[in-house]
Design a protein around this ligand. Structure first.
Ligand code: S3P
Length: 170
């Protein structure tokens, strides 16, 4: 398996741990959100505002599938990547999927101060945010749970050794 896809809700640590592990194991790292912003020359907030979510999801799928030629890398998905356009199936056919699983309370605490960067949760109070996360997580878990590995975020620390990373160093 030469690509690892990190999947999970906003705030689950996909980018944070993906970057750390890629560095530690000497492999490439790609972040779907960053690639979308770079190819579109616009922030994700602006893309949602100007073109809407449907357009964003099309670009997201195109950016994801563009990674098919990459090898030996860790890919941090956006929180919704797994849930649209059969992306979950595509990722399972093209790499190893790892779901960073967290509770709604944990996720709320992680995104509450960064909500303005995330169009789906931009205007919520703290209670509304928790309610939204609980609801969305229920909708999304059937997709996330199709991951080959389910990794609870509370077991991950700097010392944690992800045994599923079996990539060739650069
Ligand atoms: C989204 C999550 C975001 C980003 C966009 C939509 C979602 O990524 O792709 O705001 O639908 O959950 P992060 O999970 O990296 O915040």
């Amino acid at each position: 398996m030469d690509k690892i896809f990190l999947i999970g809700f906003m705030g689950s640590g996909k980018t944070y741990w993906g970057q750390k592990w890629a560095h530690k194991y000497g492999v490439d790292f790609f972040d779907i959100d960053e690639l979308i912003e770079a190819t579109q020359h616009k922030s994700i907030v602006k893309l949602f505002e100007q073109y809407g979510e449907h357009y964003f999801r099309e670009i997201e799928t195109a950016v994801l599938q563009n990674l098919s030629t990459k090898t030996n890398c860790i890919v941090a998905c956006g929180g919704g990547t797994a849930c649209f356009n059969d992306n979950m199936q595509w990722m399972n056919e093209n790499g190893l999927t790892v779901y960073l699983k967290a509770t709604a309370q944990y996720l709320q605490s992680r995104v509450i101060n960064e909500a303005d960067k995330r169009p789906l949760i931009k205007n919520f109070s703290s209670n509304e945010l928790l309610f939204f996360i609980e609801k969305k997580l229920k909708e999304r878990e059937p997709f996330y749970n199709q991951s080959k590995i389910i990794l609870p975020v509370n077991v991950i620390t700097d010392e944690y050794i992800p045994g599923f990373i079996n990539l060739q160093p650069k």
